[in-house]
Design a protein around this ligand. Structure first.
Ligand SMILES: Cc1cc2nc3c(=O)[nH]c(=O)nc-3n(C[C@H](O)[C@H](O)[C@H](O)COP(=O)(O)OP(=O)(O)OC[C@H]3O[C@@H](n4cnc5c(N)ncnc54)[C@H](O)[C@@H]3O)c2cc1C
Length: 234
């Protein structure tokens, strides 16, 4: 366990049928600082080695030192999440310091930023989108889910869109047709946003299949490795 410290669960919020938001603060009450997009490792030292820790992106909107938020989907057949979902407020957990290189990159001049994710891949984008807007960039979120009930932070994204002309929210559903939502997979929707652009930044986060397909599509569109960034969850 490298650079891990005891944390206390201060709040647990059910965000969708299979997703919970966990709020954690350090037991020693020291501030937690992180770069937008980073993750922490959560440990259970009593499990076997292969299941002792899992990574979770920090889902807090901005760098509030008192506590961090994690947004975690239950994998019923998984080794770690069923245990996490059995915990209650006040439980003590070992958690690493924030880490990882999938972070919002500074820019010299505002350029369009497109964020593409599915499911809990939304977590690191909460703070990254905040940074993108703070830097005056046109910012688009293409967020794919199967069902409407799976869409995380629905109110947050809609309120942000109402209050900030630079931000657009494109929710996409693959398993049902609902007014206000696009239907299918995320690919045609970010492709449309990037059409005729040669200067843009693209951040992609989620499970392997979506990441691989998006990487191929971005290459076809002519973007290079300095323009797109990935965080893969498996
Ligand atoms: C850098 C990083 C950040 C991450 N951030 C988050 C986060 O913010 N929120 C979050 O929920 N998860 C996140 N993950 C994934 C997380 O670390 C675990 O893999 C996940 O919680 C499953 O753990 P488990 O022990 O329950 O299942 P395991 O026993 O580890 O999983 C069994 C198998 O199912 C696959 N799997 C698990 N869940 C899913 C799923 N929902 N869809 C498709 N395949 C799946 C795994 O890849 C594995 O092959 C992140 C992973 C990485 C590498």
């Amino acid at each position: 366990m490298q650079n891990a410290f005891p944390h206390i669960i201060t709040q647990i919020v059910s965000e969708s049928p299979r997703v919970k938001r966990f709020f954690l603060k350090r037991k020693d009450e020291k501030p937690i600082t992180f770069l937008s997009g980073q993750f922490v490792m959560v440990y259970n030292e009593f499990f076997n080695l292969d299941q002792q820790s899992r990574s979770y992106s920090i889902a807090s909107v901005s760098n509030t030192p008192e506590e961090i938020e994690l947004c975690i989907v239950l994998n019923e057949t998984g080794k770690f999440t069923p245990w996490l979902f059995s915990l209650e407020i006040g439980h003590e957990l070992m958690v690493s310091e924030p880490q990882g290189g999938f972070v919002f990159r500074g820019i010299e001049e505002p350029i369009k930023h497109v964020f593409v994710c599915t499911g809990t891949g939304i977590a690191p984008f909460r703070s990254m989108i905040h940074d993108s807007l703070m830097q005056g960039c046109e910012t688009v979120l293409v967020f794919g889910n199967r069902w409407k009930e799976d869409v995380l932070y629905w109110d947050h994204w809609n309120t942000l869109q109402e209050n900030n002309l630079l931000f657009r929210f494109i929710p996409v559903l693959s398993r049902e047709e609902v007014p206000q939502f696009k239907t299918g997979y995320v690919h045609p929707y970010y492709t449309r946003e990037l059409k005729d652009l040669n200067d843009a930044r693209i951040y992609v986060c989620g499970w392997k299949e979506m990441c691989n397909q998006t990487r191929d599509r971005l290459k076809e569109l002519g973007f290079n490795r300095r323009q797109y960034f990935f965080e893969q969850y498996d």
